[in-house]
Write a protein that binds this ligand. Structure first.
Ligand code: NAP
Length: 294
């Protein structure tokens, strides 16, 4: 690959962050950590009143705004408010999202569309609103909240996994496009963290099919009844890790969060590598025997 010239301007300090889905879980934990760290924050949520306690403690550092990421106009309005209030944006955290669980066949077209509407199209709405500002500034860092499920899939979570694969697919390209403009991008791949993800936020396909009861159905049942509140990952520790990454001069493109995430992704990588090696002779047998003439 060609050498990419780094035309970025240095990050000002304190940084200005914008986080989507700040009401609970990772978003809330990161909001608290960013404020405690002394940085400035635009905390957005569908119901910003849920963050009122932070507003009273950190009134100088915090701008609280309503944002449903599926509303493109509201994303542009949030960006305008951010610029009026803080004059710049240094870090965007595309965090808002939820899981739709159920077998692929069980999920209705509408449930699938809603899932992509939030996790993919919503994330793109926010990103498109923020990029013109970051390009003008010649600096910025975008954190894309993917998942271990953006790297491998599990039965019962295939549609959710597909949204996170989409996030990874677009992020990989975006990082190459905006890197030369001074904008960094990190894809965050958490394992299981103790948030509202497996609690009140979890959506399951309304229509169930008996044939999947012992496969994906078991995954859904386990997640719903046994997982919530027992996940190994601590969102507050994840928040500290994210601040560390943002402050690093050479942040990674991929960041796994949690030992479980690392183990699963290493396993998947080994599986893919094994397939490539076993089938290498077939893979390389598909080219024309002689190179094309120009
Ligand atoms: N927890 C895990 O184990 C885990 C693992 C891998 C990846 N993740 C990812 O981490 C991110 C955060 O999830 P979490 O674990 O912190 O779960 P969470 O506690 O349920 O938080 C999700 C947040 O997203 C918000 N949200 C959902 N739809 C939205 C919309 N249309 N517009 C704006 N905000 C919206 C929710 O707001 P409301 O309060 O209004 O619903 C909530 O603030 C998600 O992208 C999730 O896929 C989580």
């Amino acid at each position: 690959m060609a050498h990419i010239h780094d035309s970025s301007t240095p990050f000002p300090s304190p940084r200005v962050w914008l986080i989507t889905g700040s009401s609970t879980g990772f978003g809330r934990a990161l909001a608290e950590a960013v404020l405690a760290h002394g940085d400035r924050l635009v905390a957005t949520a569908r119901h910003p009143e849920q963050l009122q306690d932070l507003a009273s403690h950190f009134s100088d550092q915090l701008l609280l705004l309503p944002l449903d990421v599926t509303n493109e106009e509201q994303c542009l309005w949030v960006m305008k408010q951010t610029m009026q209030h803080f004059g710049r944006i240094d870090v965007l955290v595309n965090n808002a999202g939820y899981g739709l669980f159920g077998a692929i066949e069980e999920a209705s077209a509408q449930e699938v569309r809603q899932q992509f509407e939030t996790n993919v199209f919503g994330l793109l709405n926010v990103t498109r609103a923020v990029l013109p500002v970051m390009r003008t500034q010649k600096h910025g860092h975008i954190l894309m909240m993917s998942s271990v499920g953006g790297f491998l899939s599990f039965m019962g979570t295939g549609i959710y996994n597909a949204t996170k694969r989409a996030v990874e697919g677009l992020s990989d390209a975006l990082a190459q496009e905006v890197g030369p403009l001074g904008i960094r991008l990190t894809i965050v791949e958490p394992g299981s963290f103790r948030t509202n993800f497996t609690g009140g936020s979890l959506k399951t396909a309304e229509h169930t099919i008996g044939a999947y009861a012992q496969t994906s159905g078991m995954v859904v049942e386990y997640t719903r009844h046994h997982m919530h509140g027992t996940e190994p990952g601590d969102p507050a520790r994840a928040a500290k890790a994210l601040i560390q990454v943002v402050e690093h001069p050479e942040p990674p493109l991929h960041l796994a969060l949690g030992a479980d995430a690392l183990q699963m992704m290493r396993g998947k990588l080994a599986e893919v590598k094994q397939d490539w090696e076993t089938w290498e002779a077939v893979s390389v047998s598909t080219a024309f025997p002689t190179p094309a003439k120009h």
